[in-house]
Design a protein around this ligand. Structure first.
Ligand code: G6P
Length: 614
């Protein structure tokens, strides 16, 4: 949510900043801006409502010289998306420019106070309040920018990742973070600053992750200096990034989302390598085995997550309860953190997050840690805040996910949860050898079966235009496929703006059935496993009311095919692994319907990929 980029070095800053903004545009895309200390030492701010391309158009005839700058792509919180509310924000005297990701919760009190002291405000943002406060502290106390930032941040309540530059000083960027991510790239005589590593990897693979309430003093020709807001010096290990640049490109696909859907077989095969042995007889998840006593003795597992990751958590509940026989509760992190939950010392909390930066999930982790629970993270972004704040965990290892609608990260989360369930189940002796071996072998075969599932793309492409008329969709599934129905509905909502709801199939008769008529498409996940006959009855109930049935069925199931208006066949697999295959046609269906409707698939309206505000 909101993307930050900064550069200080010997190259022209503007092209680096713009390229960086494009890489971070998935974090927010309602407006963008850049601040530069020009070659003549003046401080210029250019900003524009809309995409980064709109900023480029606006700035094309302006002076964009200079080897130092900061830039921002916004996801609006305070104040509508327009040119004025876009970042960077000038201070009153236009000698400072600041960009910010996060929310300053006590901005209103500070603003009132500053107004009384003669400050005036151009925008509706909380960010402008912060830059004014820094200027006020700096000028009244005759302090350096570094000290003024430290003191201002001591007054700020909330979350921030910020960067500030100063007129007349082409040699310094001051940056800081609390509860919002910030990475510093260290090159040869140059520094980069970004919300995540994607804008940096092109130039250097050496990065430093700032921790909460730390301020980075980035100066030309000097070593990077990091201090807390209370002025205590800190040192951080320089980490090496493993990401490659090609992972950040569309690779010939029209959209990142389609690329990421297609990557699933290959990425999951890689993610499983080393976690399933070569004979396909054993799973090994280091994070679990290293803490095996905790998992064997756990009285309860609590899963906390948001959005798509929460749906993966629901599938995790079915998997862990079935194979490891440990009671599991799945909670929205945002509810968990504020409802005074009961957390025991022998509970294990599993936090699931693609980005590893979701504010509510991070807060839920803190709460669990304070209560003494063991916290395990499942995360995709290496080095993000969640893996740095958990006791142990597993990366999903499917590479950067850029499309705002999560696809490959979801199936990877479900895969890791499958590995967790099988590992604990084996350690606890809950699984018979025969069952364990069968499941391990089947899990190893999933990437190939995903490859076959992707062949349904043409069929889905063909029928998708028929459904662009629809204003509502219902998705139904039972057991393991109930969360798949929720996730399928979410995908369609997110990118095509068609209202969709997921339900357990049996719940349909308790309300949603009232909506069914000839206009209502009903997607049913109906494999030949689990409650097959009961699902057939649910489909009959839809047909009796003239609903149009799109079913996801097991290859060769003629009965379901005849009952459905459209059916998409997926390979046969164990019931617990059906979600890994059934999700793919649902992703493709949402994608093609959205494309036919002319929607911006990779950057759907109002959404952001990484939600760093609560
Ligand atoms: C946002 C994204 C969703 C994502 C959710 C949780 O809403 O648009 O795709 O599922 O955040 O994100 P996380 O990174 O914690 O999985």
């Amino acid at each position: 949510m909101c993307g930050i980029v900064g550069y200080l070095g010997n190259k022209e800053a503007y092209p680096i900043l713009i390229k960086g903004l494009h890489r971070l545009e998935y974090r927010g895309y309602d407006s963008a801006g850049v601040a530069l200390v020009n070659a003549d030492n003046s401080l210029k701010v250019y900003k524009a409502k809309g995409k980064v391309a709109d900023l480029e158009n606006y700035a094309q005839d302006k002076d964009c010289s200079g080897t130092i700058g900061i830039a921002h792509t916004r996801w609006a919180t305070h104040g509508e998306p327009n040119d004025i509310n876009a970042h960077p924000h000038y201070s009153q005297s236009a000698t400072l420019a600041l960009i910010h990701n996060g929310i300053i919760e006590n901005y209103a009190v500070i603003k009132e106070d500053l107004k009384k002291r003669g400050f005036s405000f151009q925008s509706d943002t909380d960010t402008e309040v912060l830059v004014q406060l820094i200027e006020y502290i700096k000028t009244t106390n005759k302090l350096s920018l570094e000290k003024a930032v430290q003191l201002a941040l001591k007054q700020a309540i909330g979350a921030y990742a910020i960067a500030v530059i100063e007129k007349g000083n082409p040699n310094q960027i001051i940056a800081a973070r609390k509860s919002s991510p910030l990475v510093i790239g260290v090159g040869d005589d140059e520094f980069f600053l970004a919300s995540d590593a994607t804008p940096i990897i092109e130039y250097t693979n050496k990065v430093i992750y700032l921790d909460d309430e730390e301020v980075a003093i980035i100066r030309r020709g000097e070593e990077l200096s990091i201090k807390t807001i209370s002025d205590v010096e800190v040192t951080h290990e320089v980490k090496e990034l493993e990401m490659s640049l090609s992972e950040l490109e569309k690779g010939g696909f029209e959209h990142f989302m389609l690329k990421e859907i297609y990557e699933q077989p290959k990425r999951l095969k890689e993610a499983l390598r080393g976690r399933i042995n070569i004979d396909e007889t054993e799973v090994n998840l280091a994070g679990i085995r290293e803490h095996k006593d905790k998992f064997i003795n756990a009285k309860r597992i609590l899963i906390v997550a948001c959005g798509t990751s929460w749906h993966a958590g629901l599938i995790g509940e079915y998997l862990i309860e079935e194979f490891a026989r440990i009671p599991v509760e799945v909670e929205y992190a945002s509810e968990f953190r504020y409802r005074n939950p009961i957390i025991n010392k022998d509970d294990i909390v599993i936090a699931i997050s693609q980005s590893g930066e979701t504010a509510d999930t991070l807060a839920a982790i803190e709460l669990a840690k304070e209560a003494g629970a063991f916290v395990y993270g499942i995360c995709n972004v290496v080095g993000a805040s969640i893996p740095r704040n958990t006791d142990s965990g597993s990366y999903t290892h499917v590479g950067p996910e850029i499309g705002v609608a999560s696809t490959k990260a979801f199936t990877a989360q479900v895969t890791v949860l499958s590995l967790i369930a099988l590992t604990i189940g084996k350690l606890k002796g809950e699984l018979t050898d025969e069952n364990y071996l069968k499941l391990v072998k089947e899990l190893a075969s999933i990437p190939n079966k995903m490859e076959r599932t992707l062949k349904t793309n043409q069929q889905i492409l063909n029928f998708a235009p028929i459904f662009t008329y629809a204003r509502n969709f219902i998705y139904l599934g039972r057991g393991y496929n109930f969360p798949v129905a929720l996730e399928g509905a979410l995908k369609l909502k997110e990118i095509s703006y068609i209202h969709a709801e997921g339900y357990p199939a049996a719940e349909m008769k308790h309300g949603p059935i009232a909506l069914i008529d000839a206009e209502m498409p009903v997607v049913v996940i109906a494999p030949n496993k689990g409650m097959y006959e009961k699902t057939i009855s649910n489909i009959q109930e839809v047909k009796a009311r003239k609903g149009r049935v799109i079913s996801i069925i097991t290859e060769g199931d003629e009965t379901m095919k005849e009952l459905s208006d459209f059916s998409i066949e997926i390979p046969e697999t164990e019931e617990c692994f059906v979600p890994l295959l059934a999700s793919i046609p649902l992703q493709l269906m949402a994608y093609h319907i959205a494309v036919v409707k002319g929607c911006n698939v990779d950057q759907p309206r109002n959404l952001a990929k990484s939600v760093t505000v609560e």
